[in-house]
Design a binder for this molecule. Structure first.
Ligand SMILES: Cc1cc2nc3c(=O)[nH]c(=O)nc-3n(C[C@H](O)[C@H](O)[C@H](O)COP(=O)(O)OP(=O)(O)OC[C@H]3O[C@@H](n4cnc5c(N)ncnc54)[C@H](O)[C@@H]3O)c2cc1C
Length: 264
């Protein structure tokens, strides 16, 4: 789509060039930015010229994923959860080739699968602030609502850090959409950590990611009670009614719990 208000597209080559005018916004893969009118946007600052290494694997097993890492690149990582999350974005290979992990998180749709993935693996967003500084925010709290994040104007998501322990944990995942090729209505990822901890993350069914952490494997009742009493705002849109999203989230969380219990 032609963005008729856009007067300038700058390709940033260094951090010094990441200074945003009042009406300038970051451009990553452009798969959403160019898909609908962007009233008020007069300039785009392309992040893909910054040359960030897409994925850095650390000796301890932790990962740093650049915000500009494409979904196509992410899918090549051996962890099965990565491919599952990429495939949950039901775009063609053309979209996966351009759409970025950071763009998906910053767009902050409830059905953002990169939000699901990185929140579930205790991802921490590295944010470059407008004054040249840096701050870190867990992805689970970086996304604050539908199309809302903790990012201020002029801030850029630089990377997502995944700690080794979470990346190595056993996981179980469930996802459903109303239509066969529809957007996610419920996305649940559970994690069994080596220290015995259990973490369940619900996305798509709620306006923002929701997470419950247990020091040990909870009972079915403990898990259901925690989730049910913790969410008062099951999401309501064309991709699913709140009562369906609640029911499926509870069912999937229990299925994931049983799956992880059954694994050695
Ligand atoms: C067929 C199709 C299916 C889709 N399905 C889904 C889906 O299921 N779920 C979903 O969530 N989306 C979906 N999308 C929307 C979109 O393609 C994805 O969210 C994609 O991951 C966005 O990434 P991008 O790099 O193209 O972002 P862009 O379009 O470049 O940017 C998206 C937004 O994020 C901001 N931004 C980008 N990078 C940064 C950064 N590093 N720091 C700060 N702000 C930044 C931009 O300013 C913009 O506001 C779909 C799109 C298509 C065409």
């Amino acid at each position: 789509m032609d963005l008729i208000d856009v007067r300038e597209v700058r390709v940033a080559a260094s951090r010094a060039e990441l200074v945003f005018g009042d009406h300038e916004v970051p451009l990553a893969g452009g798969s959403w930015l160019f898909s609908e009118p962007q009233p008020g946007v007069e300039g785009l600052v392309d992040l893909t010229g910054l040359g960030w290494e897409p994925v850095v694997e650390h000796p301890d097993g932790g990962l740093t994923i650049a915000a500009t890492c494409t979904l196509e690149r992410l899918r090549k990582l051996p962890h099965p959860l990565f491919a599952f999350a990429v495939d949950a974005l039901l775009g063609s290979w053309k979209i996966h080739r351009f759409a970025t992990v950071g763009g998906n998180i910053c767009l902050a749709l409830p059905a953002g699968p990169m939000i699901s993935l990185t929140a579930a693996l205790d991802g921490v967003g590295v944010i470059w602030t407008a004054d040249g500084g840096e701050r870190r925010v867990p992805i689970v709290s970086l996304v604050t609502g539908v199309r809302r994040t903790d990012l201020r104007h002029g801030e850029v998501l630089r990377a997502i850090e995944l700690p080794a322990a979470a990346a190595a944990a056993r996981t179980a995942v469930r996802r459903i959409s109303l239509a066969e090729l529809g957007r996610s209505g419920v996305f649940v990822i559970a994690r069994a950590d080596a220290d015995g901890g259990f973490v369940v993350t619900v996305t798509a069914a709620t306006p923002r990611p929701r997470q419950w952490r247990f020091a040990a494997m909870p009972s079915a009742e403990q898990l259901a009670t925690a989730i049910d009493s913790g969410v008062a705002d099951w999401y309501d849109d064309a991709h699913g009614a709140p009562d369906w999203r609640r029911a499926m989230s509870l069912r999937f969380a229990e299925e994931c719990r049983l799956e992880l219990l059954a694994q050695p």
